[in-house]
Design a protein around this ligand. Structure first.
Ligand SMILES: N[C@@H](CCC(=O)N[C@@H](CS)C(=O)NCC(=O)O)C(=O)O
Length: 229
């Protein structure tokens, strides 16, 4: 049974989607990042980066959401394009584009728009970059139904994790700029696996802290208490 360390945030949710899509048996284990559970020695032994998601599968411990997607796809042989050099190249390029661009810029955009002291320069930079990345995905989806190959796969799942949060990273009105991406996100959100992924915490009665109070800020924004610059 795979152990799945998770919260309801975008990166764990894309892995939840993949676990549900594959039908692999898994045990979800809540990590309440607003209470600082990601910084305990036991959790850091699984992921020294102190973030969710993580999975344990037998003697394999895998952290970082896109690595986990690829691991599970290779384990099951599902949600991967045909194993040709052309499609393998596209898979790696687009998966890492999501990992290194879409996720981090969206995350910083959410942070500066919603949590940081108001800084117009930072807000504009991260919204610009998030919007630019989503525009690249949208342009690709004009030409093809899914991001890699001709079938739904792990890159689509990786994008779903973040793109469904576009109203947070940009704002609701920005959806109008990405009609093809919206079509993909809506299609995935309608799948039973996506509904099950988003319902894990209710199904298992996992109560995550709802308030974003001082404890949560200290757990998640540790730079506030450390002078680096
Ligand atoms: N590159 C990592 C990023 C993971 C990440 O940022 N996870 C967030 C939730 S989406 C988290 O654990 N935040 C808690 C914290 O930063 O303290 C991945 O893709 O898994």
């Amino acid at each position: 049974m795979i152990k799945f360390y998770y919260s309801g945030a975008p990166n764990p949710m894309k892995v939840a989607l993949m676990l549900e899509e594959t039908g692999l048996p898994y045990e979800p284990i809540p990590v309440d990042t607003r209470k600082g559970e990601q910084h305990t020695p036991d959790f850091l032994a699984l992921n020294p980066n102190g973030k969710v998601p993580v999975i344990i599968d037998g003697d394999a411990t895998v952290f970082d959401s896109n690595a986990i997607l690829l691991y599970l796809a290779e384990k099951t042989g599902q949600f991967l394009p045909a194993n040709t050099p052309k499609l393998r190249g596209e898979l790696l390029s687009w998966l890492l584009f999501v990992a290194s661009g879409v996720g981090p810029f969206s995350g910083q955009s959410v942070h500066f728009r919603n949590y940081a002291p108001k800084n117009e320069y930072a807000i504009n930079r991260y919204m610009f970059e998030a919007q630019r990345h989503y525009g690249i995905l949208d342009a690709r989806l004009v030409k093809q139904k899914y991001l890699v190959g001709d079938a739904y796969g792990i890159v689509d799942m990786a994008v779903w994790g973040w793109a469904r949060m576009i109203p947070n990273a940009l704002d609701e009105a920005h959806w109008a700029k990405f009609p093809h991406l919206k079509r993909l996100v809506d299609e995935i959100s309608a799948r039973p696996a996506a509904k099950n992924a988003l319902a894990i915490k209710d199904k298992h009665k996992h109560a995550f802290k709802a308030e974003f109070d001082e404890e949560a800020r200290k757990a998640m924004f540790r730079h506030q208490d450390v002078k680096v610059a």
